[in-house]
Design a protein around this ligand. Sequence first.
Ligand SMILES: Nc1ncnc2c1ncn2[C@@H]1O[C@H](COP(=O)(O)OP(=O)(O)OP(=O)(O)O)[C@@H](O)[C@H]1O
Length: 361
Amino acid sequence: MSVKELQAFNFRNLSTAKVNFHSKLNFFIGGNGSGKSSLLESLFYLGHGKSFRSTNVNSLINTSSDNFVVTVKTDSDNQLGIQRSQSGEIKIKINGVKHNKLSDLAKNVAIQVVTPESFKLFFGGPKERRKFIDLGLFHVKHSFPSDWKTFNRILKQRNACLKNKVAGDQYSYWTEEFCQLSESIAQERSAYIEGLREELLVWLKLFLPTIEDDITIQYLQGWHSKKELREVLIVNKQREYEKGYSLFGAHKFDVRFLLNNLTLEQRLSRGQQKLFLLALTFAQTKLIEQGKRVKPILLIDDVGAELDINSRSIIANINNHLDCQTMITAIDRVALEPIIPDNDNYKMFHVKHGHISAMSK
Ligand SMILES: Nc1ncnc2c1ncn2[C@@H]1O[C@H](COP(=O)(O)OP(=O)(O)OP(=O)(O)O)[C@@H](O)[C@H]1O
């Protein structure tokens, strides 16, 4: 899907904002604190039911209001909307019909985002990397959303057994279900990560052509790679009962990005790390595009941060290589100059005090 029109009401400093997007490429220019990130965040919230920069959802509500609303019209004239109030109540509508689950929205929207904070993906804890990989799998492997939902239900039951010190048949039943699904999800993830690595190599040729290192995405499946999960759980049964939750399994996976066996931090400069991140994000966006379930949307916030003119000019090629809709923000036009195409195939907007207006090119 691409978004034809977005309206945001009381989302951070966007009191009433309306944007008619270009189906391919959109630029947003505005000073610090004008509302550029808030605009991208409102779109992301619609697709994911959460923010890419804050865990406190109430902080997204404009301080003068007790709720926010975000609605979009898609290129195929579907209407999606979400309202969130201070009390935590969420209302979702798709084409005027009420829905209860955020996943009903998520099915329709595949958003990839790069912000100056996206480095957390490489250096923070495993949570960000798990989210990144599973977001791709969600849209690429069509059986994954329901497998993952079932897995989480089983994990909850198994954790309840461990917490309440339940043993016997109940423990054995949930452990067996847990092992079977963990093994099959691990295989799905492993295949997905291999495909991601192949696509990443293509994008790295563009973004980091001088790096000739051996690139590895090391997949840590959530338990010892040479052992069956059943064996690991038998050995660690006592420890799991002591902790009261599942210490191993498909929910504990992680990935490491290595260049000639060195971490990105050891091998690359900060600017090069950002280029690696862009290559990785574009690789995942390509896989989502090839998955043909939804057309991906790519959000790049503050494109000028860390990137020199040459690096930014590589981004100008996005539309030659990817069938996606792209939204890029920058603090001024100079930062965007190397990216703006020669043709007329884009729109440019100015953001000021939470108001968004179309600009002449
Ligand atoms: N809940 C809220 N209600 C009202 N205003 C808010 C709320 N949360 C944040 N703001 C304000 O919204 C403004 C826009 O923030 P945003 O992060 O979107 O700016 P930006 O244009 O991306 O800036 P920068 O270039 O500095 O990153 C800021 O001035 C911020 O203080």
